[in-house]
Design a protein around this ligand. Structure first.
Ligand code: FE2
Ligand code: FE2
Length: 366
């Protein structure tokens, strides 16, 4: 672990299977939280894992996933984490390669706007290849989501097998990874309500899945840390893509989506209002991507063999996840910046504080 930033001062490591169990370290549940906690379930015995920020809680057949307040939806920033180690550099270069392949497959070309863009109509801009139409955006989303749902499932599978093989506790990683995989799949299911992809497109997804699943599987066997870093960077790209899309819709450049209602599946999944629009769905999806970005960059900072997943019991809200890329331990006395905090350091401290609180909850329940 030398040279790798730690997430917190005193690492919380896995218990042996014969040690006393503690809440949150293995398969935690929101019911473990105090009843007056904002994340506690609204009614005892409810199977929903949706936080009680909404009046009505229905049974929920999906895994835990965040439901965002309107303020959280707007708290997401486009961010990029600079590589600090060789493994970081490898991970980022793989993302650049994946991005290039993805651009080729989805036919995306970034063409700078012409000087007279403000006087051109949407049709003229589309004809000139300066902006994408709704079908091109959807094609991009569908391909992106069909791939994005793979890493969480692969990582969860391998951690599951590792736990079986070594007969050791997993320390709460599997569930977070499965949640991520399902969350990405729900993105795909949501966008599928708007388009029925061609057989050619499906064949491309099939081929890409075959290659990516196996490649990620092998890479995760070699270096889980590099793989989580890779996903962290991939999610940076996803946040960027959805942020661009939001801007385009709000600037009236995708008129088909200006007042398009949200699909029912999305209203149910993210607990959106009856009058929710497709734009609200894109905001929610972007927030999810920001969650994956934060979680994966953070997991890449952990020792995958011994550390407990700090997000097993709870997750920070979007004000932390949307503007922070990773959790690092950097105490003022260590780096000599007792008085001066750069914005990034401040953000890292805020995230670190959150993680430390989570560990106190877990430790307190031992
Ligand atoms: Fe996604
Ligand atoms: Fe994602």
């Amino acid at each position: 672990m030398s040279g790798v930033p730690r997430m917190y001062a005193t690492p919380l490591t896995s218990n042996q299977t014969n040690e006393k169990s503690s809440k949150g370290a293995e398969g935690p549940h929101l019911q473990d939280l105090p009843q007056n906690s904002p994340q506690a379930l609204m009614k005892p015995g409810a199977v929903s894992t949706v936080p009680n920020i909404f009046k009505e809680v229905r049974g929920d057949w999906v895994l835990f996933h965040p439901v965002y307040t309107p303020e959280e939806l707007h708290a997401v920033e486009v961010m990029h984490r600079e590589a600090k180690t060789l493994s970081d550099t490898i991970a980022y270069n793989f993302v650049k390669l994946a991005r290039w392949g993805f651009d080729v497959i989805s036919g995306y070309k970034h063409k700078p706007m012409p000087p007279n863009a403000s006087v051109l109509t949407v049709e003229e801009l589309r004809k000139g290849g300066y902006i994408m139409d709704d079908r091109q955006w959807l094609k991009r989303f569908l391909f992106l989501e069909s791939i994005a749902a793979v890493p969480g499932m692969v990582a969860a599978t391998l951690r599951h097998l590792r736990s079986l093989r070594l007969m050791r506790r997993d320390s709460g990683w599997i569930h977070t990874l499965l949640e991520e995989a399902e969350n990405e799949r729900m993105h795909l299911m949501t966008f599928m309500t708007l388009r029925n992809p061609s057989y050619f497109f499906r064949a491309l997804v099939l081929g890409a899945q075959g290659v990516f699943y196996n490649a990620f599987f092998l890479c995760y066997l070699v270096s889980p840390r590099t793989c989580h870093r890779f996903v962290g960077h991939l999610e940076e790209e996803a946040v960027l893509t959805y942020t661009r899309c939001i801007k385009e819709i709000e600037n009236g450049r995708i008129p088909e989506w200006t007042s398009l209602p949200a699909p029912e599946i999305a209203k149910d999944y993210w607990r959106l209002g009856d009058d929710a629009k497709f734009l609200d769905v894109i905001y929610a999806v972007r927030s999810d991507e920001s969650t994956h970005r934060f979680v994966n960059h953070s997991l890449a900072n952990l020792n995958y063999k011994t550390d407990v997943n700090p997000f097993a019991l709870r997750e920070p809200d979007m004000n932390v996840k949307g503007s922070t890329l990773w959790c690092v331990h950097s105490s003022p006395s260590e780096n000599g910046t007792d008085e001066i905090f750069l914005p990034d350091q401040f953000r890292a401290r805020r995230a670190e504080k959150y993680v430390e609180e989570s560990h106190k909850i877990i430790e307190g329940s031992k």
